[in-house]
Each structure stands twice: as structure tokens, then as C-alpha cells.
Ligand binder design. Structure first.
Ligand code: NAD
Length: 289
């Protein structure tokens, strides 16, 4: 064998050895998770599920009262702590991770879930709307993932980052330009970070829910009325409307999104990264109306 070929083989063997040393995902019972936006809706359901699986959870939310109430409900200081964080602030994000490390000794699972929804037709969407939506969801999740990566790389134990994106990351829903654009941004962050962080054993995946009406703060806070008007139906019928347009005729609830986070991080999908799991009762496969 030529020298150059020998070197290529040795180098390849080194790469293989590096991969073998890479930490496998830890069981949830030994993990510390930080969930943004966990004071309400989908994030709260995710936090509840992770605690039920044995993880310790940092309930991170802009709404201090809701975060504290959820942490209390999940068992208090031994299992869950609340941190107040605005994901648009680098300083507050760094402080939240510091608090998490102080409380539980590290962080190895992070869920980018915090969000708002500004859903307007193009001609009504202001530059301020665009900036606010992107500051919280595109820039906010980038900043949270960057801090997560700093901590996880230093720990040398691998980890998981999960984005709660949306089917709107892929499909163009009506009157939703600012929101949907940030979801598409998040979806690409999943692929980019999966590629960049894989060598550290950090897996990055996404969950794409369809409309989760019941239990969602953003639906209750005006989005529901806007969506109902867009579809020409009463707001109370929205959940049923979403269910009826799916293949399975099932309404998606916060717990179904939490199930997907568990499936991705619970230890079985050791070789899955850069993936988006739809939790949409089939809308992404066949949009029926
Ligand atoms: P929600 O309003 O119930 O929860 C969002 C949480 O994010 C709230 O507790 C809020 O205080 C927090 N938050 C908002 N801005 C923040 C900031 N700057 N810093 C920190 N926290 C902040 O809404 P939800 O329906 O549970 O949505 C959660 C996530 O799921 C969002 O990213 C949303 O886009 C996504 N999603 C929701 C649906 C749906 O139909 N409900 C569908 C697909 C994706």
C-alpha cells in the first residue's frame, strides 16, 4: 500500500474510534432537561412527561408566576426548578443555564419551545411584527442552542436538543408569514446544528405539530380567533376543524407533542439526528382540505 493510502486508512480508523467513544444517549432518569416556555401549553406537557420519566427539569419561562407554579406541581426542588428567562436575552439565557447547573449539576437535554404567534396577512404584517416574532423564535432558539452546546460540549457527555417547530415550517398556511418563516428557520437550525454538533454526541431533532388548540396559551391569546376567522368557522370549533382535516381524524393535544419528545430523547433513537417528527395526525402526508 502506498504511504498516502496507509495514512488514509489510519485516519479513517481514528475517526471510527472517535465515533465509538461518543456517548450514547443517557436514560431519562439520569438526565437534566431545560425546557423553554414550560410555564404553559406544550412546554408544560413536555416538562411533566420528562419528570414522569425520571428526569430533573428546569422550567424556563418569561412568565415567572407560571414557571414557579409548574415547578411546584412537578414536585418542587428535587425534581423541578423554575427560572425566569427571556429567550431574547443572552445574559438571561446564560444565567438560566448557570442556575440549572447549580441546581442539578449539568444540562443534557434542552427543548426549544418558547414562542409567540403573530399571524397576520402579509399586507398587515409590520416590520416590528416580523422582528418580534424572529427575535423570540429564530434568534431566541439559536441563542438557547448555543448556550446548550457550550454546556454539553464542556460536560463531554453528549446530549439532546429538540426544537418544537411546526408543520408551518414546511407548509404555507394562510395569513401566517412572520410565524411560519421563523418555524422554517428553526427547522434549518435543526439540520445545521445536527451536522455541527454530532461529533460531540449531541443530537438535534425537531417536532412538527399541527394546530394544538386545547391547552395552548397562544391559541387562547388571540391566535385562535384569528385562525377561526381565516377558516370562516367559530373559534370553539377550531380543534374539531383541525382534527377533521387530518388522515387520522384526531385532534393533536400537548401530551402528543410531549410523547414525541420522549420518543426522540428516551434512549432508543440513538442514531437519529437532524430529523423532524410530524405530530399532526397525518396532515403533512396528505393535506385533505
Ligand atoms: P403557549 O403560549 O401555551 O406557551 C408558550 C410559552 O412561551 C409561554 O409560557 C410563554 O410565556 C413563553 N414565552 C413567550 N415568549 C417568551 C420569551 N421571550 N422567553 C421565554 N419564554 C417565552 O403556547 P404553545 O401552544 O404551548 O406553544 C409552544 C410552542 O409550540 C411554540 O413554539 C409554538 O410555536 C409551538 N407550536 C404550537 C402549536 C399550536 O398549535 N399550539 C403548533 C405547532 C407549534
Amino acid at each position: 500500500i502506498e504511504e498516502s493510502e496507509k495514512f488514509r486508512i489510519e485516519y479513517w480508523a481514528l475517526e471510527e474510534a472517535k465515533l465509538r467513544r461518543m456517548p450514547a444517549p443517557k436514560p431519562l432518569a439520569t438526565r437534566v432537561a431545560l425546557v423553554t416556555g414550560a410555564g404553559s401549553g406544550i412546554g408544560k406537557a413536555i416538562a411533566r412527561r420528562l419528570v414522569a420519566e425520571g428526569a430533573c427539569v428546569v422550567v424556563a419561562d418569561l412568565d415567572a408566576g407560571n414557571a414557579a407554579a409548574v415547578a411546584e406541581e412537578l414536585g418542587g426542588a428535587d425534581k423541578a426548578v423554575a427560572v425566569t428567562v427571556d429567550v431574547t436575552s443572552e445574559e438571561q439565557i446564560a444565567a438560566a443555564f448557570r442556575d440549572a447547573v447549580l441546581a442539578f449539576g449539568g444540562v443534557d437535554l434542552v427543548v426549544n419551545n418558547a414562542g409567540i404567534s403573530i399571524s397576520k396577512p402579509l399586507l398587515e404584517t409590520t416590520a416590528r411584527d416580523w422582528d418580534l416574532q424572529h427575535d423570540i423564535m429564530a434568534r431566541g432558539s439559536f441563542l438557547v442552542s448555543r448556550e446548550a452546546a457550550r454546556v454539553m460540549i464542556a460536560q463531554e457527555l453528549g446530549g439532546d436538543i429538540v426544537y418544537i417547530a411546526s408543520k408551518n415550517a414546511v407548509f404555507a398556511g394562510p395569513n401566517n408569514i412572520a410565524y411560519s418563516a421563523t418555524k422554517a428557520d428553526q427547522a434549518h437550525q435543526v439540520r445545521l446544528l445536527a451536522a455541527e454538533l454530532g461529533e460531540h454526541g449531541i443530537r438535534v431533532n425537531g417536532v412538527n405539530p399541527d394546530g394544538v388548540v386545547r391547552g395552548s396559551g397562544i391559541f387562547a391569546g388571540g391566535w385562535g380567533a384569528q385562525r377561526a376567522a381565516t377558516y370562516g368557522i367559530e373559534e370553539e370549533k377550531l380543534g374539531e376543524f383541525y382534527a377533521q382535516r387530518t388522515i387520522l381524524k384526531r385532534e393533536v393535544l400537548p401530551d402528543h407533542v410531549a410523547n414525541a419528545v420522549f420518543a426522540l430523547t428516551g434512549g432508543e433513537l440513538t442514531h437519529t439526528t437532524g430529523l423532524h417528527v410530524p405530530v399532526d395526525a397525518g396532515v403533512a402526508a396528505a393535506f385533505l382540505r
